[in-house]
Structure formats: C-alpha cells, structure tokens
Ligand binder design. Sequence first.
Ligand code: ADP
Ligand code: MG
Length: 411
Amino acid sequence: MKTIFILGASALQIPMIRAAKERGLYVYVLDYDSSAVGIPLADEFLCISTIDARAVLEAARKYKPDYVMTSTSDMPVRTVAWVSEQLGMRCDIGYEDALCATDKNQMRRRMRECGVPIPKFYAAYSAEDFIGKSRIFKDRFVAKPADNAASRGVVLTDTRRNPSVDYLRRIYDYVHGFSRSGVVMVEEYMDGPEVSVETFTVNGETHIITITDKMVTELPYFVETGHTQGSRLPEIEQADIRRVALKAVSAINVINGPCHVEIKATAKGAKLVEIAARMGGDHITSDLVPLSTGVDMTACSLAAVTGDPIDLTHTCDRGSAIRFLYMNEPARDADASDDEVRIITSIEGVDEAAGMPGVTGVELYRSVGDEARPLRSSNDRIGHVIATGADADEAAARADAALAAVRVTYR
Ligand SMILES: Nc1ncnc2c1ncn2[C@@H]1O[C@H](COP(=O)(O)OP(=O)(O)O)[C@@H](O)[C@H]1O
Ligand SMILES: [Mg+2]
C-alpha cells in the first residue's frame, strides 16, 4: 500500500484527506493541533507543525512516505518543496520558487524580473523605514505583512485623511504584528474589481480552470466576503487577466499542480495581487469549481503528486457562489484600537436557508455563546452559504438570498 504525508489536518484539508483515502492510500496527517478536525479521517496522525520543515523531514525519514503534499494552506507549500528536495523526491515546485510563492517581498521581486504587471512596492524593515517609504505615496497605499495569509494585517493607509507620523506608526505596529519575518510591504493601491484565477499545470503546460469574482469588505480592510463563478467581467478584461495569470504561474516555474492567482483589473490593465502554488481556499476549489465546471481539482492535485492521469475536462458550464456570514459593524479607521468583541445570542434560519433553491451548503463555524469579532481577517467570519445556478448571476442571487435568511443576534 502506498503512503502519503498530507501537511495540515484543518477543515481546509479534509477534501484532500478524503480523496487520498478514496484512492486507497495510507494517509498520515501532520498538524501541530492535536484536535484538528481532519485527524479522524486519516490513518495516522503525527503531531508536527507543518511549518517545521526539519521535523517534517525527520518524520519523512522515519515513516518513508511515497508522497508528500498539502492542499490549501500557504506555508506548508515551502515545507513540501524543501522536504521533497532533501529526500530527492519528485518536486512539482522547487524550494526557491516556493519561497517566491509564499513571501510577498520575494514574490514581487520575482514578478518584476519576469515582467508580470504588479503595483509599485517597497519592503520596510523598521518603523522609520516604513514611514520613509510611505511618503513615496502621495495619498494612500496598502500596508501588509510579507508573509501572512487570510488578509491578516492587510490595511489601506490613507495619509491624506491622516498625515501624522503617529498614525503611520500605529499602522506599522498593527501590520508588523502579523509579519513572521518582521518585513512589512508598502504597496501602491490598485483600484478596480478583483478576481482569482484557478490554474492547473501539467508537465509545464498551464490550463486556466476558471475565473472567480471576489468580494471584499469596505476599506480599509480587505477581508473576502464572497466569491462568484464564472467571472462577470467583460471578455476583453478576462483575456488580459488570463494572460497575467499565465505569466505569473510561469514566473514561479510550476511543473505540475494547481495555482491560485489573485488579480485586480485596474484602469491600466490586470495586475497581480499575489500567487499561491496550491489550490484556492475559501471553498473555491473544493466546492465552487466542481459546481460550475465539473472539474475536481482536489483529485487532479492528488493525481499530479501520485503520477496518475489528470482529468481537467469541463463537464458543465454553470454558476456557483459562496457568501460569508460575519458581524456587521460601523465603519472604523484602520488604526482603531477599540475593536469590540461580542457574544452570539441567537442563530436562526439555517434550515430555511439550506432548503432554498440552488443552495448546496450552509455552514456555521460558531454557536450561540461563542465570541464574534469585527471582520479583520478571514478567521473572523462566522459561517457561509454556497449556491449554484444556471449562470453566475443566478448563483449569486441565490447565495445572497440564503445568506439573508440566516439571522444572527449578538450582545
Ligand atoms: N496593492 C494592493 N492594492 C489593492 N488591494 C490590495 C493590494 N494588496 C492586497 N490587496 C487586497 O488585500 C487582499 C489581501 O491581500 P493579499 O496580498 O492577497 O494577502 P493574503 O495573503 O492575506 O491573502 C487582496 O485580496 C486584495 O483585496
Ligand atoms: Mg490573498
């Protein structure tokens, strides 16, 4: 029996753990969290952090898995690449390239070298450096940690409204608090609709699976509140988006496997937000892609690792949408420190939402009595609904209606 290490056992990894079991593999899941929800689905659990590459390597030397992979989290992508290189196993992305796909500073540099359209950017290494670099932008810019995810610590900084050094310092401290390496990115703000592009590369040839319209919160934060497939942007913009996505994938030298490419359609053309050398999270690849295209990217990703045939055939052309549930709050400044934590007092309408036309899933991540926080990262969302329809508009309308049917109260 062939064996596989799957790095991560959170809810995000469950579709991959299931797919590996269905393929008859003996599955080890690795996670630092011994209560991770995917553990009971696997054959064996190893309590190892997925970002502790040396510990993962040691375990791989001991258990000798035939394959090592992860599905939808960023940092384990580096670990998989490094461990595979160390063991001389087949690598679908090299370690240096994996760094470029997971560290926003290195990513921006690589993309600039490869001629991929990106915003103007700087990396700041201290508060003084940050303040100095922020002055290059006349009014507003995006500040974000070089190496986090789920929009943690990403803020629009508006120096026209508040030009004080104090304000910039508070922003720096906030963002820096989310940066593992301590590096803070200072970037030109790209205005325009945002999409993500799911791609799959087979022997160096990249295929576009679909383009997804992304909804994010009101400024100054950028938390994803919904996704709709396929994109409703004009075809000419989508062609430009596809071109930029393919260039970005090629810049990180992916040989086999999925990428999730985030792009803004600006007045000056499509520009890259970021690229991840893995499947998209937020239920995009696990739920929306199969509903709207029929492509099973989870199975394809596993097949890419095991060397089995990869089937990217689109078997349908429909719409799908996810909408996230979160606590609404009045608009605040990016440096507000009085974020209010509240307690959920009731959740109603879940069954009603689940029974609405086209709805394929309603999930709550919190229960009555749990805390709810203002939306500052994807982890603050409290649930979601997923719907399908004949096209993207119908799916979106159905998901919106189902979301509205779920009523949550707080105190
Ligand atoms: N330079 C930028 N201009 C405009 N929006 C941006 C920029 N950088 C990030 N964003 C917004 O913030 C979101 C999160 O940033 P991203 O770089 O994707 O970090 P994460 O790894 O947390 O997803 C993006 O999806 C986008 O909406
Ligand atoms: Mg992102």
